[in-house]
Structure formats: C-alpha cells, structure tokens
Design a protein around this ligand. Structure first.
Ligand code: XMP
Ligand code: MG
Length: 181
C-alpha cells in the first residue's frame, strides 16, 4: 500500500488494505450465498459510492441473483415533507422480492432512513442492508444495518469507490483523512 496521498490539498493516510477489503467481501459473499440460496435475491446498489463494492461482491456471489443500480437525489421538500429522497433508475418491481441494499458507507443514516419507506411501500418479501463501511458514531437516524464489512471510527475516508469532492474513487485501498487522526 502506498503511503500518504494528497487530494485538493488534503492529506490522506492508508487505512484498510486491498487484501483486507477483498477478504471481507469474500466472507460477506459466502454469508449471503448461505442466507439467500434459492431465494433469487435482488441487490440494489446505490450509486455512485457503492459501484466498486457492488462489483467486487457480486463477482464472488455463487448463487442466482439480480443486481440493479440506482441513484438517490436529495432535495428539501415543503415544511411537511421535509427532506425528500427520490430514486432514479429503480425500474425493477420489488414486490415479493428478497431485496438487499448495497451502500458504501452509513454515516448519520439520513439517506437510507429517508429512502427505506419508499421500498417498504412496495412490499418486498424481505429488505436487508449490506454496507462496506459502518460509521456508528455520527448516527442520527435509525437504520437497520444487517451486513457490515468494516465498522470504522468517525473519520473521513476515501478510495474503493468513495470520493473526496468527486476524486479518489479509483484508489484500490481505503484511506483516511490525516487531520482526523
Ligand atoms: P448518511 O449520513 O446519509 O451518509 O448516512 C451517507 C453518505 O454520505 C457520504 N459519506 C462519505 N463519503 N467518505 C466519503 O467518501 C466518508 O467518510 C463519508 N461519510 C459519509 C456517502 O456518500 C454516503 O453514501
Ligand atoms: Mg454513497
């Protein structure tokens, strides 16, 4: 793993190696294959951050499964509707399907907390959440997280799909912000 990298004048230091990520994802794929064998689950990966996690996990999955990618757009609604999240690209009917959401990282929980009711409304057979990184410390909104690769402290991270101001997604490992140490 290379040492410090600099992006937009911020210094990042190595945090989780490529090998550790690969191993955890393989373990998760094995667990999911066991839990969902015969259920033909539908994975829904949330773009942009989860594209690399989703690809790495799906390659390792040895059962029949589907995957679909969506983007969440967030905007401020009226006083009564508050924070509104709409899904772009959710074109698969999830009624009676076993659904697993793939997300890169859960932080405050706001994004998924606002979006999950829209999925429950379609009456999936089951709905679970799998994340690459869980940051429990800053959690403000309740989100049920069922599968976690890494539980991490409250530090800003990038790499393996995660970005800082749009950059850094192509880094193979996960780095953390140095000033956060
Ligand atoms: P919430 O707070 O809604 O946030 O759970 C989830 C989204 O926030 C972004 N996020 C990060 N992105 N490094 C990143 O590159 C981080 O440390 C980080 N923390 C939160 C991310 O887009 C995630 O989907
Ligand atoms: Mg994201």
């Amino acid at each position: 793993m290379s040492s410090t990298i600099t992006l937009q004048d911020k210094e990042f230091v190595p945090f989780i190696s490529e090998q550790e990520i690969t191993e955890k994802i393989k373990t998760l794929a094995t667990q999911l294959a066991k839990d969902y064998d015969g259920k033909k689950p539908l994975f829904i990966a949330i773009l942009n951050g989860s594209f690399m996690f989703a690809a790495a996990l799906f390659k390792e999955l040895a059962i029949e499964a589907e995957i679909s990618f969506i983007k969440l757009a967030s905007y401020k609604g009226t006083k009564s509707t508050g924070h509104v999240i709409t899904a772009i690209g959710l074109d698969t009917d999830i009624t009676d399907r076993h659904v697993i959401i793939l997300e890169d990282i859960i932080d405050t929980g706001k994004t998924l907390h606002s979006f999950l009711p829209q999925l429950y409304n379609q009456h999936p057979a089951s709905l679970k959440i799998a994340v690459l990184l869980d940051k429990p410390e800053p959690r403000k909104f309740d989100v049920p997280v069922h599968y976690v690769c890494f539980t991490i402290p409250n530090k800003f991270v990038l790499g393996f799909g995660l970005d800082f101001d749009g950059f850094g997604r192509n880094i193979k490992e996960i780095y953390k912000l140095k000033e956060d140490e």
